[in-house]
Ligand binder design. Structure first.
Ligand code: NAD
Length: 266
């Protein structure tokens, strides 16, 4: 009964199960998983022999005290409505859904509710899970959930009104930066004879090294630009062009994401 239930074994559900089990923070006898398709349930059972597999969402609610909802935002309230009748009220529901607020979740389940927004980079133990506890969450439940997510990366406690912006940076960020890496490599390959796969390899390594440099030295991005861009040189020409055009591109990008954030759970 004190186990962790995961409903939805897609990108996030599988990442969390793999992370919690491979870090050793949970054993297979402490996790029960279900997902809509038999194929996903079979994949989970094959990856983690001995893990609990439930055939129905309501079974998770009966067997587990902590229930992680790892289905899409538009399915989250439907799944919560489905399982609540089988719950006795002292469970802890943890929703991963971007855009589905605590008020809505607590309106369906009157017990403890936490919103947690992980990031795909926690597949490799890096990145930050954003955690926002609802008003009913006690210290014990809060620490248990924070401990679980700490096993796969950093945890940052946030207020709910900070979640949209923090989600864009922490959780959508890997997708945004991957697109930037792809465009930088693609443009360089198109403008030269460099093979696209070699361009992508160099751009990816450079992005990783740049992030590590900033993290380790504590320099600002502006400091680093100053070190790289020799006066009158090549980098300066590129950074000048980016600084003229990127603010508008990113302002529009973030505005579009915030609009979608507000609508995604509907
Ligand atoms: N992908 C990310 O990087 C990311 C990051 C942070 C938060 N999130 C949030 O995590 C949640 C899951 O996202 P994802 O990318 O893993 O989605 P996904 O589509 O990969 O996985 C969703 C899973 O839920 C299952 N499912 C759907 N309806 C179901 C139902 N009624 N009962 C049981 N299982 C059902 C699907 O079969 C699928 O396996 C979303 O709410 C999303 O907002 C995602």
């Amino acid at each position: 009964m004190n186990c962790i239930g995961v409903i939805g074994y897609g990108h996030m559900g599988s990442m969390l199960v793999n992370g919690f089990l491979s870090s050793g923070v949970l054993g297979v006898d402490e996790v029960v998983v279900t997902s809509r398709s038999q194929e996903s349930r079979d994949a989970c059972a094959a990856a983690w022999p001995g893990i609990g597999i439930a055939r129905a969402n309501r079974e998770i609610a009966r067997r587990c005290r902590t229930v992680i909802l790892a289905v899409r935002p538009q399915e989250t309230t439907e799944v919560l409505r489905e399982i609540v009748p089988g719950m006795d009220g002292d469970e802890h529901v943890v929703s991963l859904a971007a855009g589905v607020g605590l008020t809505e979740l607590e309106g369906l389940f009157s017990g403890s509710v936490t919103r947690a927004i992980p990031t795909i980079t926690s597949t490799i133990g890096q990145g930050t899970t954003l955690v926002c506890h609802g008003r009913q969450v006690g210290m014990h439940d809060a620490l248990r959930v924070e401990g679980l997510f700490s096993s796969i990366g950093n945890v940052m406690l946030v207020e709910e009104d900070e979640l949209p912006a923090a989600t864009i940076l922490s959780s959508c960020g890997p997708g945004l930066l991957a697109a930037v890496i792809e465009e930088l490599a693609g443009a360089t390959a198109r403008a030269s004879g460099l093979a696209p796969d070699r361009a992508l390899c160099l751009a990816t390594e450079t992005a990783a090294a740049t992030a590590a440099y900033l993290r380790e030295t504590g320099e600002t991005p502006g400091d680093l630009v100053g070190r790289v861009a020799t006066g009158g040189g090549v980098t300066e020409a590129g950074v000048k062009g980016l600084r003229e055009r990127l603010p508008q591109v990113f302002d529009e990008t973030v505005a579009a994401m915030l609009v979608r954030y507000g609508a995604v759970g509907k």
